[in-house]
Design a binder for this molecule. Structure first.
Ligand code: TRP
Length: 362
């Protein structure tokens, strides 16, 4: 069986370094590994609209930002198909058939949907139908491309489970047609959910606590200087705490021991530095200095590639358009199989036409 990767993001804002360690970096590695037959990375703009009903312009503006972030991070359109969800009408078609395979109570039990409903303060039945059913649409995104592997955060696990159930049900009713996907979670615990620079649980635009992939070197340096560390570490000689210390969380996520030994004079591994910090005698400024240097090494090539692509924005839209063409061809193939399995391919079904003709002649 072909090994196919599919994953995507809602284009609701520029991507930040949390996205980078949580997913983007891995995607680039998977792409470069050459172990997969096909890789699809897409912008879930239609899904973003289910949640930005009053603000479609936000989604429209961010399609190009996210595309630039993808390309800057190292996704190569020659090897990875980059596309936009709304441009593949077959996804609506498959979603419509999938809706028959899921119950309202099953959707209500989806933990991700549950928390999102609470977060957005929808009460009772005021929730938009499109929002409520987005897990079904997401199942179609995945099944359409016969993805075997979906790299995503643990928050997407309920979506994958829902998708597997729908695919299983479809295959049971109509015969083996679609593929059950597996989730591929981030390896490093520090990468699962990178906190904001203020130490809050999540990086989010509304909290203003993000470091963006598109931030300049100056902006990154400034943001690191303001980062939340250990409130009990008042004097350099006080013992420091690592838990909840954002600087060390980021170092865990980004720094290699090679970088630590090259960019500091006193340590050969991150662990040595942590030990010094917990013992006392290591100041926050030194840790922040290392973090800035590490981040600049990671972000410099990304910024450079972004600047190159920014010079020719129409060409970036052209990359997306071509990606949509490739994705659409794959979607059309799957939909042909789906229609055949469901026996709604009436005009290609000679046996059906002849059978009906006989029935009416007798
Ligand atoms: N729900 C995902 C998010 O919010 C985006 C998404 C839509 C997705 N369809 C997908 C991710 C299919 C993986 C596979 O980030």
């Amino acid at each position: 069986m072909e090994k196919i990767i599919l994953t995507g993001d809602r284009p609701t804002g520029k991507l930040h370094i949390g996205h980078y360690v949580g997913s983007l970096r891995r995607r680039v590695e998977l792409q470069d590994s050459g172990l997969y037959d096909k890789i699809f990375v897409f912008e879930a703009d239609a899904q973003a609209l289910t949640d930005n009903i009053e603000n479609p312009e936000k989604v429209r503006q961010n399609v190009i930002e996210v595309a630039l972030d993808y390309l800057a991070a190292g996704l190569d359109p020659e090897r990875t198909t980059l596309f936009i969800q709304s441009q593949i009408p077959e996804l609506c078609e498959l979603s419509f058939y999938f809706m028959d395979l899921v119950s309202v109570s099953r959707l209500q039990r989806n933990p991700t949907v549950k928390t999102e409903i609470q977060m957005r303060g929808f009460s009772g039945e005021s929730i938009p139908v499109g929002f409520f059913t987005y897990p079904v649409s997401q199942a179609a995104d995945i099944a359409m491309f016969k993805a075997t592997t979906v790299p995503a955060g643990d928050d997407q696990e309920p979506m994958l489970e829902q998708c597997r159930e729908i695919v299983r049900r479809f295959n049971n009713i109509y015969g083996e047609t679609l593929v059950e996907p597996n989730i591929l979670l981030p390896e490093n615990a520090a990468c699962l959910r990178l906190p904001g620079i203020d130490g809050k649980a999540k990086m989010s635009k509304s909290l203003g606590n993000c470091i963006y992939l598109s931030d300049s070197a100056d902006e990154v340096a400034k943001k690191v200087k303001t980062m939340y560390t250990d409130p009990l570490h008042l004097q350099v000689n006080d013992p420091g705490h690592l838990e909840g210390n954002t600087v060390f969380t980021y170092l865990d996520a980004f720094a290699t021991d090679e970088q630590v030994s090259r960019l500091t004079t006193d340590y050969t591994t991150l662990q040595e530095m942590k030990d010094h910090y917990t013992r006392g005698g290591l100041g926050d400024m030194k840790c922040k200095k290392l973090l800035t240097a590490v981040l600049q090494e990671v972000l410099d090539p990304i910024r450079q590639r972004r600047a190159e692509y920014e010079k020719d924005i129409p060409a970036v839209y052209e990359i997306l358009r071509k990606g949509c063409e490739v994705a659409r061809a794959a979607a059309c193939e799957t939909m042909d199989e789906v229609r055949r399995a469901m026996k709604i391919n009436y005009f290609d079904d000679r046996a059906l036409i002849e059978e009906q003709a006989r029935r009416f002649q007798n």
